[in-house]
Design a protein around this ligand. Structure first.
Ligand SMILES: Cc1cc2nc3c(=O)[nH]c(=O)nc-3n(C[C@H](O)[C@H](O)[C@H](O)COP(=O)(O)OP(=O)(O)OC[C@H]3O[C@@H](n4cnc5c(N)ncnc54)[C@H](O)[C@@H]3O)c2cc1C
Length: 99
């Protein structure tokens, strides 16, 4: 698709799900995730074999008063939206527990 066709298709989709206001963004930009050096595409970054089973726990261990959220710290659906939400709840529970 040409850039303008892609833009029209994306905004059509936004309007469908979020209403007419979503069809008139103040800014619009595109990213080709496959060209990103550190992700090489998406949605999930790949840890090498054994990394998560051996060291994964360290990703979510609090450091003093710092508590870690983010999909990479999730034990379930790691790397996806589901994992992101679960990790946020877990981190919030940790903080509430400390309080
Ligand atoms: C192209 C692509 C397609 C995807 N498709 C899917 C899909 O179909 N289904 C699915 O479930 N998941 C998909 N994902 C994965 C999903 O988007 C992520 O897992 C999820 O958004 C991670 O949420 P998060 O809150 O952990 O992190 P993020 O959404 O990355 O949020 C981190 C936030 O922290 C901000 N930040 C960074 N540094 C700082 C700082 N120093 N100070 C303040 N703020 C900071 C960032 O700007 C960002 O807003 C996709 C991801 C990509 C990139």
């Amino acid at each position: 698709m040409s850039k303008s066709d892609r833009r029209a298709a994306v905004l059509r989709n936004f309007r469908k799900y979020f209403g007419s206001k979503a069809g008139h963004p103040r800014e619009y930009f595109e990213t080709n995730w496959s060209e990103k050096t550190w992700t090489r595409g998406c949605p999930v970054a790949i840890a090498g074999p054994g990394t998560l089973t051996e060291f994964g726990r360290a990703l979510r261990e609090p450091v003093g008063r710092i508590h870690w959220a983010g999909t990479e710290t999730s034990t379930f659906w790691n790397g996806y939206m589901d994992g992101a939400v679960r990790s946020g709840k877990r981190a919030a529970d940790e903080v509430l527990g400390e309080l």
